[in-house]
Design a protein around this ligand. Structure first.
Ligand code: ADP
Ligand code: LRH
Length: 500
């Protein structure tokens, strides 16, 4: 298997992709064999993921992976699956899916944090889970589902990548990095938290056994082999099943003095640590301690990310076709900087719809000029993201004591040169941009290491990424004063845990 290819299934909130990775003579090459849209659907008043559509995309991708790697036994050495965090499917006693998984942007979680905190005060909840207080957390979703006949009939809960893995292999398990996004896992013991499950009245038997990246997760079922044209056995390997965990593996850092920003639909900005930071100050700053590959902790904050721009584009789309991103970014680059900024960490921007108007309203409410056209609005979004990147990187370093000399930007946003430059300017630090498909890199590397095709810890894996592609560097420009002043304009919104 060391000579074979590895298929990384990476499901992002805006698209799913299947990427084939090969390691030859110490060089890692990635080839995208299939990409498919991820379009949520409103059904009967609830926002859902189209989970079967995504599963079809996975099957199509595996078929394409076989076509590229060869369909003879061993040509596809293994498959690894990662996806966005927090969302889940419920299985009944026969293992059948109960309903369509609900999208984390659905508003059913409104008020759930407050509800839970009546039984389990915010400080205790943070001490037990280390998770930021965001309405999307699985815990709040399950709290919202309390009393439903689906939850009553459920015998197992599987997070999205584990559900896909279950359909592919017939084996149910929960990978630990994705489990760490639920707010039901204790990051110190790395086990499910009985007190937190108890606070929402969840039966601990609902949770599947935990597995770690690098462990075996089963083999493709005969039906799956038939449908994809692959020759078995094809093992499925547990990787960092949370896309952000895999993306952090794919950060091409040369030493430990780095911060990462995984910029796609979300911006996840923070540092990599050996142990969680569970202090009261950290809770009030709303930092999360999610688990990473090889026993690490991803100490980070969620920033609304390019979702803000995606939603503007959706709003501006005309009957004549999609709004051109390149032209828009060129226009934004010509606009004066820091004219208006909003708090890009605020959950006020979580829900879909009417984004240009909501951004305009946030500018008006803080006494700043209202963006007048798409170029100005785009500039406002990118300035606001860069500012949130600055605030988060600085706070992550301060609260964790980790020295930061370089900021790595990975994910789709690493292709946005203006965002990378503004982030370098805002942080006053050099930015290294790439890889765009960092999650796929991390996913492939963990599989390759498990198969014996590469070896070593995270520094060795990262060296391979560094040696395998050309990275773009952005040096910081200007001084910090204008960014500090802009930060003062939005400070006080969203940085404090609202429960403080
Ligand atoms: P996710 O994994 O959450 O689905 P991605 O990492 O694929 O997201 O990032 C998607 C985002 O990347 C898009 O919303 C877009 O803003 C940005 N992006 C993709 N391609 C380009 C490009 N060529 N130039 C600038 N930005 C891009
Ligand atoms: C990014 C991501 C992020 C989660 C969110 C739900 O894709 O996984 O880390 O917080 O989606």
């Amino acid at each position: 298997p060391a000579g074979g290819a590895f298929a990384a299934v990476d499901l992002g909130a805006s698209s799913g992709r299947v990427i084939l990775g090969r390691t030859t003579d110490g060089v890692l090459t990635l080839e995208e064999v299939h990409r498919f849209e991820n379009r949520p659907v409103h059904v009967a008043g609830t926002l859902h993921w189209d989970i079967l559509g995504l599963y079809r995309g996975v099957l199509d991708g595996l078929r394409a992976a076989g076509a590229a790697a060869g369909t003879e036994p061993g040509a596809l050495a293994s498959v690894g699956i990662d996806s966005w965090g927090v969302d889940y499917g419920l299985l009944d006693a026969d293992g059948a899916l109960l309903g369509n998984p609900v999208h984390y942007r659905d508003d059913r979680t409104l008020g759930m944090a407050e509800e839970i905190e009546k039984a389990l005060p915010a400080r205790e909840l943070y001490a037990l889970t280390g998770l930021q207080r965001l309405p999307i957390n699985t815990l709040y979703q399950l709290a919202a589902a309390r009393g439903s006949s689906q939850l009553a009939a459920a015998r197992r809960i599987l997070l999205v990548p584990d559900l896909i893995s279950y359909w592919l292999t017939g084996r149910a398990g929960t990978e630990i990095t994705i489990a760490s996004t639920t707010q039901l896992l204790d990051p110190r013991t790395r086990t499910w938290s009985a007190p937190v499950a108890g606070a929402v009245g969840l039966d601990p038997a609902l949770f599947a056994p935990l597995r770690s990246p690098g462990e075996a997760a089963g083999e493709l079922l005969p039906g799956v082999l038939e449908e994809t044209g692959l020759a078995g056995p094809v093992p499925v390997t547990a990787v960092g099943a949370h896309d952000t965990a895999s993306a952090v593996v794919g950060v091409p850092a040369a030493d430990e003095r780095f911060a990462y920003i995984s910029t796609g639909t979300w911006s996840l900005a923070g540092v990599e640590l050996e142990a969680p930071v569970l202090t009261e100050e950290s809770r009030r700053a709303n930092f999360t301690n999610e688990l990473g590959v090889d026993g690490t902790v991803r100490y980070l904050r969620n920033i609304m990310g390019l979702w803000l721009l995606q939603e503007c584009l959706r709003d501006w789309e005309t009957g004549s076709g999609p709004y051109e991103l390149d032209a828009l970014l060129e226009g934004a680059a010509r606009m004066p900087g820091l004219r208006s900024v909003v708090d890009a960490s605020s959950p006020a921007f979580l829900a879909p719809g009417g984004m240009p108007a909501r951004l305009a309203e946030a500018c008006r409410a803080t006494g700043q000029p209202v963006p007048r056209d798409p170029a100005e609005t785009t500039r406002c979004v990118l300035d606001s993201l860069a500012l949130a990147h600055r605030e988060t990187v600085t706070e992550a370093a301060r609260l964790s004591g980790r020295e930061v000399e370089t900021v790595h930007m990975v994910g789709g946003g690493a292709r946005n040169a203006l965002l990378c430059q503004l982030t370098a300017d805002a942080c006053g630090l050099p930015v290294v941009a790439g890889p765009v498909e960092a999650a796929a890199y991390g996913n492939v590397l963990v599989q390759a290491r498990t198969a014996g095709a590469v070896s070593g810890g995270l520094p060795s894996l990262r060296r391979l990424v560094r040696d395998s592609l050309r990275l773009r560097q952005y040096a910081p420009r200007g001084d910090q004063a204008s960014w500090a002043l802009a930060a003062a304009r939005v400070r006080g919104h969203g940085k404090e845990a609202p429960c403080a």
